[in-house]
Design a protein around this ligand. Structure first.
Ligand SMILES: Cc1cc2nc3c(=O)[nH]c(=O)nc-3n(C[C@H](O)[C@H](O)[C@H](O)COP(=O)(O)O)c2cc1C
Ligand code: SF4
Length: 641
């Protein structure tokens, strides 16, 4: 007896067969009734031919098996994000990357719609990781939500250090994060910059240079300079001082930011494919039209921490004394400590540092970089803040932070962890109408934000979206003002880790100050033996004259706990770690660096002399790093406490 045909089997060719039947019936109808039947004849004919093409093509197995019908799958896949967002996703489902609730609050604040929550919280206040701010019985009254800070020193107060800033900037505590023209459309740049001007806050250009769209509305600009030195480069891609000075001295440019790394793809380069290098993008970047535009993975203007400090001083002079800082995502701890040692040695300090977290956004990044490279903002920010305190430099350097900052509580948390201000990238994209379709790299952005297709970008009406950018900013800061008032504070700079409480498990809670203790001022300049392991172990390794770890003079710190890597069963000394890491840095014959196009799927491999760093084999002997592929977790945990 033959087996019954499964349903899926029976419908395999049914749709195609029905189309063919439709052709026959339409042809008969045409013969009987004449002209009116040609429309179904054409439609069914086209579908029948499509079925034939599906059946004979060799690229898509689904279409070969399900001619015509198989296209439904592609259609459904295409609209899956929208279906999920509109019909399936719960308000607080783990974000992809932002929850519906987060997106909704941005849309509401951008539109000036009511953002109150009836009936109480939907969060599980008993869940591990739940956080809140302690409120006060002595609430305050704050006149304005326009919270500001001085970057580069307060006017009228003496500035410390060699090469101090002479044109400090009075910045809002909430600004637009770096996103280039090229990654964003012209209309998106126009709307962001006009919004920044309306709201009196800053708009970071991203590393793609200052375009005419940044200039049109005159909003304050932070000019970001990446490793491609776009807008200030020679033909060979090296830094050009004259070109830099010409633009940095423009009054609209308020600060200069050296991009060292970005949280979503730290240590990675990028390439804008030649086909996307339009005349306007080429003009902003100072590169030839139609030629691949490459951002190397490292800078050519400096190669040691001390050289970085001198580069900062040089940019400050060339810009006419404007604040100069850098943006980084924390990676190897000794490299960051080396930068701080260089500050101490040269007496040159950046006016600010923006700490970007691994959770930050990007136009395009390899998935491993986006998911597993670089420190999250909480750990990076805490480390940067504490290192500067420990080195006695915190008063001279302001700190910005970025990484999924959407609501005023996100802002408050960053301030508590040590930030002086915050940047948001995707928050402001949502204010422009981003629906989180996540096809930013394809050029097919449905909302006209991340595309260079003029027909698509016309969907973004600047006059409508610029006020939304300003309103999102203002309403978020208004909500922050209300949080501060309830906590009995007057300014975000009064927030500390003592104000935030985190649930550890169902029975226990902790102040952030207990989980993430603050170092004593100047502690790194003295005996390290009582400091956390991250300082005891890595500070001696750091070298102001090299990003490589060095053999420390200080020897091995006393009483090192057994979470450290081991060599032959004994805790490794700092010197042994340094030696192992230095050996690892010998050039690798087959090393390659993959560059990701800023708006394309195509990955390209470009040879590089850089060596990928791996965990030394000696470290894995500790058992702390079983597979030997990822950084030793013990050391990383140490870093975060
Ligand atoms: C579309 C897009 C383009 C970006 N371009 C740059 C860039 O040119 N330079 C840079 O330093 N960061 C860039 N970033 C990263 C943001 O400036 C920021 O660090 C990160 O998005 C912060 O996370 P948030 O989006 O959660 O606020 C980009 C991010 C996005 C989403
Ligand atoms: S493609 Fe457009 S709408 Fe989708 S996430 Fe990117 S910017 Fe937002």
């Amino acid at each position: 007896m033959s087996k019954p045909m499964p349903f899926a089997q029976s419908i395999r060719f049914t749709t195609w067969a029905l189309c063919a039947l439709g052709v026959v019936l339409s042809a008969v109808a045409l013969a009987i009734w004449g002209r009116g039947a040609w429309v179904p004849l054409v439609v069914f004919g086209a579908l029948t031919l499509l079925g034939w093409r599906d059946y004979t093509q060799t690229r898509h197995a689904v279409l070969r098996n399900y001619p015509v019908l198989g296209h439904m799958r592609f259609l459904l896949e295409f609209i899956r994000p929208e279906i999920r967002q509109y019909f399936v996703e719960g308000d607080h489902d783990a974000g992809e990357p932002f929850t519906r609730a987060q997106r909704t609050v941005v849309y509401q604040r951008a539109k000036g719609a009511p953002d109150v929550r009836p009936f109480g919280t939907k969060l599980d206040v008993g869940a591990k990781g739940y956080e809140w701010i302690n409120h006060s019985l002595q609430t305050t009254r704050i006149d304005s939500h326009d919270f500001r800070i001085w970057i580069g020193g307060e006017p009228g107060t003496p500035r410390a250090g060699a090469s101090p800033c002479t044109q400090p900037y009075n910045a809002s505590v909430f600004n637009i994060s770096a996103m280039s023209f090229g990654a964003l459309s012209a209309n998106a740049i126009l709307a962001l910059n006009q919004g920044a001007r309306i709201g009196g806050f800053a708009h970071d250009t991203g590393e793609g240079g200052i375009s005419r769209y940044h200039r049109e509305h005159g909003g304050d600009i932070i000019w970001e300079i990446g490793s491609g030195y776009f807008g200030c480069r020679n033909a060979d891609g090296s830094f050009n001082a004259e070109r830099f000075a010409a633009q940095a001295r423009e009054p609209q440019v308020k600060m200069v930011e050296i991009k060292i790394s970005q949280g979503a793809k730290p240590g990675h380069g990028g390439v804008l494919p030649g086909a996307k290098v339009t005349p306007e993008i080429a003009a902003a970047r100072g590169v030839p039209v139609g030629v691949d535009c490459i951002s190397p993975s490292a800078h050519s203007a400096f190669s040691t921490p001390v050289e970085l400090m001198h580069f900062i001083a040089r940019l400050r002079t060339l810009s006419g004394g404007k604040p100069v800082g850098f943006k980084l995502c924390i990676g190897h701890i000794w490299e960051w400590f080396g930068i701080v040692k260089a500050m101490l040695e040269t007496d040159i300090t950046p006016d600010y540092i923006v700490v970007d977290g691994a959770e930050g956004g990007t136009g395009a990044a390899p998935i491993e970089f986006a998911d597993h490279m670089g420190a999250p903002v909480q750990e990076g920010l805490h480390l940067v803040h504490n290192t500067l305190i420990g080195a006695g430099l915190r008063e001279r350097v302001k700190i910005g932070a970025a990484g999924k900052v959407i609501t005023s509580f996100d802002l408050a948390r960053m301030f508590a962890l040590g930030a002086d201000w915050c940047n948001s990238g995707r928050g402001f994209m949502m204010a422009l109408g981003c629906i989180q379709a996540q096809v930013c790299h394809s050029g097919f952005c449905p909302t006209g934000i991340t595309t260079q297709d003029q027909k698509r970008e016309r969907a973004l009406v600047v006059a409508d979206k610029a006020p939304r950018v300003a309103q999102y900013h203002a309403n978020t800061l208004h909500a922050l003002k209300e949080l501060l008032q309830a906590a009995g504070l007057m300014h975000p700079d009064q927030l500390s880790t003592h104000h935030i409480v985190r649930r550890i498990d169902s029975e226990r809670i902790r102040l952030l100050s207990a989980i993430m203790p603050t170092i004593r001022p100047g502690a790194l300049l003295n005996d390290l033996s009582h400091q956390l392991n991250v300082y005891r172990l890595y500070w001696p390794l750091a070298d102001a004259h090299s990003f490589n770890p060095r053999n420390p003079d200080a020897g091995e710190p006393d009483g090192a706990p057994d979470i450290r890597p081991t060599v032959a069963g004994r805790p490794a000394s700092a010197a042994q770690i340094a030696e192992a890491l230095t050996r690892r840095r010998a050039p690798h014959p087959g090393a390659i660096t993959h560059l990701v196009p800023e708006q394309s799927n195509a990955h390209r491999a470009v040879p590089s002399a850089d060596t990928p760093t791996h965990v030394p084999k000696e470290w894995t002997a500790s058992g702390a790093n079983g597979a030997g592929g990822a950084p030793a977790p013990a050391a990383h945990e140490d870093q975060v406490v």
